[in-house]
Write a protein that binds this ligand. Structure first.
Ligand code: BGC
Length: 385
């Protein structure tokens, strides 16, 4: 890594704006046109619901209040043929039994926290370990495995689903009672927009993201190696052999991590001799977005599937993006409609703060304090080429 620059970053990316009340009502607006159906029962015997949001263009998103999971997302190709472009299951049972976070709302902390521990204001917090010695995606029972209170809403932007969850002080080891709201909106211009807000009663760390596995040729229809990716990032955060960020920020120029111009995922993913690709088993890294630490919503990634012409744009207010190309998918999962998900049959684009930020003082801060409001907006926007 001697070609890397360990860049000194200005601390304190602003996570706090405005104010927001966090409340969830159980009953939504009865006049609205959002379908809701039972989606099985949780391990504790609680009923889950699946909500279908549909816009005037026929684009459809199915979301369950179990884990905030995006169960399906059906979008047109260049000839107007619709396909479901996210991996997952038809039933709740599938998600309960075995899932690599298909479609999930990830929290409290997206990606890994080294040795499942961090220090905040001089106090050490020990987290649940669920990835070797590390904490991954919020722990053993993260936000992807809890029932959220749901309220369907009709908004000017399109049909929405508001999900709320109150995470107890000490849940999975994290301090503070955290009140989280996630609003999913299927926009009139074919975007799935997510607006996350959260407040706490004690200082804590927070990094929420979304974990859909996309395949723009349609879920289960082969690997994603022909998808062409553009990432608006001149740098990335390298990892060690256990996938923990080293704390460095390295330029992508001259490496297989340079996606400033479009490259097919498969073009360099198996390039021999690249240590970072070896550690990740392919792409499984956080890119440092050129937008910097400002909270403005910016285009982070564009992915094109040449045969169908489907294009996915990823917009975010966050400073980083985890691009994971399904390296751990190995054909042991049979998903929707009996489709087997083999190696690299899906990719994730997870807008986020940098992995292991609580232990990396030079990375932008992920601390949320009482009185402040965490905000995070992301849009997965679909088009054709
Ligand atoms: C991580 C991978 C991990 C996967 C979980 C991704 O966000 O970057 O390392 O294996 O989630 O299924």
């Amino acid at each position: 890594m001697n070609r890397c620059l360990a860049l000194l970053l200005a601390l304190g990316a602003t996570l706090t704006t405005g104010c927001c009340t966090h409340c969830c009502t159980k009953n939504g607006d009865k006049n609205m046109n959002i379908k809701q159906e039972p989606f099985g029962t949780t391990k504790n015997g609680k009923p889950a619901t699946i909500y279908t949001l549909r816009n005037a263009n026929g684009v459809e998103a199915k979301i369950t209040n179990y884990g905030g999971i995006v169960v399906s997302l059906t979008v047109p190709d260049r000839d107007g043929n619709f396909a479901d472009v996210v991996l997952g299951y038809n039933t709740l049972d599938g998600y309960i039994k075995k899932t690599p976070y298909f479609g999930a709302l990830v929290g409290r902390y997206g990606n890994r926290i080294a040795n499942a521990k961090f220090t905040l204001d001089g106090q050490v917090f020990n987290l649940a370990t669920n990835n070797g010695p590390n904490a991954l995606h919020g722990g053993i029972v993260g936000f992807d495995k809890v029932l959220w209170t749901a309220r369907p809403l009709q908004t000017a932007n399109g049909p929405s689903l508001e999900l709320c969850y109150v995470s107890k002080d000490g849940e999975e080891g994290y301090p503070g009672t955290l009140t989280v709201k996630a609003v999913y909106t299927l926009t009139t211009d074919n975007g799935l927009r997510l607006d996350y807000t959260a407040t706490t009663d004690k200082a804590t760390v927070l990094n929420l993201t979304q974990h859909s596995y996309f395949n723009l040729a349609g879920q289960g229809n082969g690997d994603i190696l022909n998808h062409e990716v553009v990432l608006n990032a001149n740098a990335f955060t390298p990892v060690d052999g256990t996938l923990i960020t080293t704390g460095e920020i390295c330029p992508v120029k001259g490496t297989p991590f340079d996606f400033i111009k479009p490259h097919a995922i498969g073009e360099r993913v198996n390039q021999q001799g690249d240590e970072q690709l070896k550690f990740g088993g392919g792409y499984d890294h956080n890119w440092v977005l050129n937008k910097g630490f400002e909270k403005q919503l910016s285009l982070a990634a564009t992915v094109t599937e040449p045969k169908s012409g489907r294009v996915l744009e990823v917009w975010t207010t966050e400073p980083g993006l985890q691009f994971y190309c399904g390296n751990f998918l190995d054909g042991t999962i049979t998903g929707k409609s009996g489709k087997v998900y083999k190696h690299r049959y899906g990719f994730c684009m997870e807008p986020q703060h940098y992995p292991d930020s609580p232990n990396k003082p030079l990375f932008p801060s992920v601390v949320l304090r009482p009185g402040d409001t965490y905000t995070h907006t992301m849009i997965y926007k679909f088009a054709v080429k």
